[in-house]
Design a protein around this ligand. Structure first.
Ligand code: SF4
Ligand code: SF4
Length: 467
């Protein structure tokens, strides 16, 4: 049986690197490790300028808030703590480490010393938190927090190996070359959640990957493979959950609200390595491709490596680049700095010429009311209407037509014959609305704090003082 969802588009696959084995990228002379590579609060630096750090050493920590610690991906000396723009555009602090090339491992990093069954769910969650693992499919939600929020609420665990974005083949190669890591990571997550089956979702253009998983699973009853149709955005959590379980996630709800939890394949592998090697998340597979790249590859890159060094590791450029995209061509982000560092969420670096980037001169494009965008929207929205409201900054109408549930997949823009940049307008409007909501919440909090400071509660009414 092949599972699928309603809507979506068939995009040109360009999986040029599907046959390219994962190669370690040359270690960079310096790494730039952002202290915020995850959803939540940024980490606070634990290492100062001039300090020597070891491979895998914790160099940033988040306390009492949602977030992940960060770790040194090389051994060497911290040369500065500097602000730098991430691939997503935010300016965050980076720990800059001069690599000494010694790969000296941090003392105390050790594999799990007990069988998995002797770990309690809380202990598993803590190992994953300490390893700094966040969603590696691009969402970067802290994995420990995802597990905690799913505990006792879910009955389906899905491993996302769909990899529906064009060009990217990192998960495909992981399935072929290190399937045991995916499987063992999934088993650890099953144990944490008290479940008995991990459903591994693979698109039907990667059947060799599914076969590698099947062989490595050795007929384990804990693992099932679900073949999903090759269609974009099949890898989106909502579409995957619907395709496999038939459960629809209402707007504003989380997978756990419909009894499901989804982990990316590489996240599972990172969970596995945290237990089997004691190594936190310090590297990841990055597909480097695009018509400007001389020899496209899948590289195992250290977190903090400038993307320019990955391009060099692929033989450099053979054409004048117009656009460098971090992530896939549908949902990735165009870069203004070729030295943007690789983070835990960087699945690909794509370099396109003007011809391949396909600037369609859409600024003055007008909608011809064909309805194709609505027919293909996997969230069943009316993109053309949302784009009109976004252009007019009519936030009330945009919200009334569920604009905030747009997953920014870009299917609408992709199919639009008038080349209207629909998703760009929608993304900007979502950003404006969310920023306004955050500002309103902060103002409310400040007003409440000011009110409380001016009007302290009488002593007898304070908690714990009544008796
Ligand atoms: S409106 Fe949003 S969810 Fe719908 S197709 Fe466009 S980008 Fe995707
Ligand atoms: S696909 Fe483009 S032209 Fe057609 S209705 Fe949507 S915005 Fe208009």
């Amino acid at each position: 049986m092949i599972y699928t969802f309603k809507g979506g588009v068939h995009v040109e696959e360009h999986k040029n690197t599907a046959g390219c084995r994962i190669e370690p990228a040359p270690a960079p002379g310096r790494v730039f490790i952002p202290l915020s590579q995850h959803i939540g609060a940024p980490a606070k630096p634990l290492a100062a300028k001039g300090e020597r750090v070891f491979l895998g050493q914790k160099i940033g920590e988040v306390e009492n808030a949602l977030g992940c610690p960060v770790h040194a991906s090389v051994s060497g000396t911290v040369v500065e703590i500097a602000e730098k723009r991430t691939a997503l555009g935010a300016v965050v602090q980076n720990v800059v480490i001069e690599n000494d090339g010694l790969e000296e491992r941090a003392p105390g990093l050790a594999p799990a010393n007990r069988p998995l069954l002797e770990y309690t769910p809380d202990e598993i969650v803590e190992v994953i938190r300490q390893a700094g693992i966040s969603g590696m499919g691009g969402a970067t939600f802290p994995t420990y927090a995802k597990i905690r929020s799913a505990m006792g609420k879910v009955d389906r665990l899905i491993v996302n190996c769909a990899e529906c974005e064009p060009y990217i083949t990192a998960n495909h190669r992981l399935m072929l070359e290190r399937p045991k890591e995916i499987i063992n990571g999934a088993k650890i997550l099953l144990r944490a959640l008290g479940l008995r089956l991990a459903e591994i979702a693979v698109e039907d253009n990667k059947l060799d990957g599914a076969e590698a998983i099947r062989r490595a699973a050795e007929e384990s009853r804990l693992i099932a493979i679900r073949i999903v149709k090759t269609k974009y955005p099949q890898g989106d959590e909502r579409q995957l959950i619907y395709a496999i379980t038939g459960r629809e996630m209402p707007a504003g709800k989380l997978p756990a609200d419909v009894g499901c939890v989804v982990f990316n394949a590489e996240t599972c592998a990172a969970v596995c390595r945290a237990f089997t090697e004691g190594m936190p998340l310090i590297d990841r597979i990055v597909t480097v491709d695009g018509d400007c790249v001389k020899t496209p590859k899948n590289l195992l890159a250290k977190i903090g490596t400038p993307v320019s060094e990955l391009i060099e590791a692929c033989g450099g450029l053979v054409k004048k680049p117009e656009k460098i995209v971090v992530g896939g061509p549908m949902m990735g982000f165009a870069q203004w700095d070729k030295d943007t560092p690789v983070t835990k969420g960087t699945s690909a670096v794509l370099v396109f010429s003007a011809e391949a980037a396909g600037d369609r001169g859409a600024e003055n494009a007008a909608c011809i009311r064909c309805g194709r965008c609505a027919a293909h929207c996997p969230m069943h929205l009316i993109p053309t209407l949302l784009q009109t409201y976004a252009q007019a900054d009519d936030q009330a109408s945009f919200e009334a037509y569920a604009g905030l549930s747009c997953v920014e997949c870009g299917s609408c823009s992709y199919v639009c014959p008038a080349h209207v940049p629909i998703v760009q307008y929608i993304r900007m409007e979502k950003f404006r609305i969310n920023a306004a909501k955050r500002a309103a919440a902060a103002a409310k909090r400040q007003a409440e704090e000011a009110h409380a400071a001016k009007n302290p509660a009488p002593a007898g009414e304070k908690g714990g003082e009544k008796a």
